[in-house]
Design a binder for this molecule. Structure first.
Ligand SMILES: [Zn+2]
Length: 407
């Protein structure tokens, strides 16, 4: 019994030390970790050694600190080795990675992501998958998966795999129930990808949820600001997610956040979901390009360029999208009291044009705007943030339970 307690204490303390190092803004020393966790320095040193040997943590080259570090406050000497400089700790880059996949209406993506959140290898193929058949698309994704996994660096372990899908997902069964913009219904992608995945377990999730997770946590165990926000993922349509305290609010069945299908005008155009006047009929990529008189294949950056240059149709398209976004988001902010909006995908590419009008609309329509001003920010330009988010979720297991991986 005592041994059992000892073992579970070691598990918990290894996870605590790993979390503390990965969450730190600057690489902490062992002494910093001891101070942050209230564990003794010798316990921390032992646990850190185990995590370094196991490939979860790494010691930053002491040369980075430069000469004169040992005497400085906050950089005490390494416990048990008097006189030696404190060695900062960080996530290891060489031992663990996860596979992130994404099916978008405009592309397929496969990525290998490491413990520091960096993309180690990727395959991106632009494709028009609107109204496509799932079989050939998933076979193509299987080929990309095989290629990315084949480029896994020697000595690295792939700990899991995740797939981001643009629709309603049953994550317990790994099933895509409906993706209106793909035209896919009731698809189980894991079966089609099995040949490429080997022993890896595939988790499936909603693309916007996973992109929002990647925005809130750019690396396993690390958080960015803000931690409370509404995320809009602009693709052909618009996906959405609500993040509170860094966690995606998925709702009872995992289907929350479908802001793209919030109605902004019941008399508006018919949406692929079967309803009318949904947000994505005004601010989805295809809707904005069509309103600007541009071909569906035109990059959103070109729409932004034209609007900046004063092109009337482009400006009208942006204004109409901003108005619809403002109406839909005001409803969301009024209900949830989350005043930060993050624009991702094509919405980020035209974000600088959209933000002022959306923010003005939020000031006008949000009841609490007098006390807290809503702000609209843009996500980093990344063609497949859902793939990264799927891989990061798989990597979180290493941080949550390092024992399972370092032993
Ligand atoms: Zn709709």
């Amino acid at each position: 019994m005592a041994n059992l307690r000892q073992a579970s204490l070691r598990h918990a303390n290894l996870a605590l030390v790993a979390r503390t190092v990965l969450a730190a803004e600057a690489p902490p020393s062992r002494a910093d970790v001891a101070a942050a966790t209230s564990l003794t320095r010798s316990t921390v040193s032992r646990l850190v050694d185990e995590l370094v040997t196991g490939g979860v943590l790494a010691e930053v080259d002491s040369a980075i600190g430069g000469p004169g570090q040992p005497g400085q406050p906050g950089r005490p000497s390494r416990p048990g080795r008097p006189g030696r400089p404190a060695t900062p700790l960080t996530a290891s880059t060489g031992r663990f990675a996860a596979l992130g996949l994404q099916v978008g209406v405009g592309q397929l993506a496969a990525r290998l992501v490491g413990l520091t959140g960096e993309v180690l290898a990727e395959q991106l193929v632009p494709l028009d998958l609107a109204g496509s058949r799932p079989g050939p698309s998933l076979r193509r994704l299987r080929t990309l998966t095989t290629r990315v996994l084949a480029s896994t660096p020697p000595g690295m372990t792939v700990v899991g795999a995740g797939l981001a899908l643009p629709g309603i997902v049953d994550h317990t069964e790994g099933r895509l129930l409906s993706a209106p913009n793909l035209g896919w219904e009731d698809v189980t992608p894991g079966a089609a990808l099995r040949g490429a995945l080997g022993d890896l377990t595939l988790c499936v999730g909603n693309e916007a949820d996973l992109a929002a997770h990647a925005f809130a946590h750019p690396a396993p165990g690390r958080s960015s600001e803000p931690q409370d926000f509404v995320y809009l993922s602009g693709e052909v349509g618009i996906g959405g997610a609500v993040v509170v305290d860094g966690t995606v609010m998925t709702g009872r069945h995992g289907w929350a956040g479908e802001i793209g299908h919030v109605c902004v005008d019941p008399e508006g155009p018919t949406c692929r979901c079967g309803s009318t006047g949904c947000l994505e009929q005004y601010a989805g990529r295809l809707a904005m390009l069509a309103a600007a008189g541009l071909d569906a294949s035109t990059p959103p950056a070109e729409l932004a360029r034209r609007a900046h240059a004063g092109d009337d149709k482009a400006r009208t398209a942006v204004r109409s999208a901003a108005r619809a976004l403002g109406i839909a988001l005001a409803g969301v902010v009024n209900v949830l009291d989350i005043p930060t909006v993050v624009l991702g995908g094509h919405l980020a590419q035209v974000g600088a044009l959209l933000a002022p009008d959306v923010e003005a609309m939020l000031v006008r329509r949000v009841l609490s705007a007098h006390w807290v001003t809503s702000r609209v920010v843009t996500a980093p330009d990344d063609p497949a943030p859902g793939a990264t988010g799927a891989a990061l979720l798989a990597l979180d297991r290493v941080v949550a339970d390092p024992v399972a991986f370092v032993s």
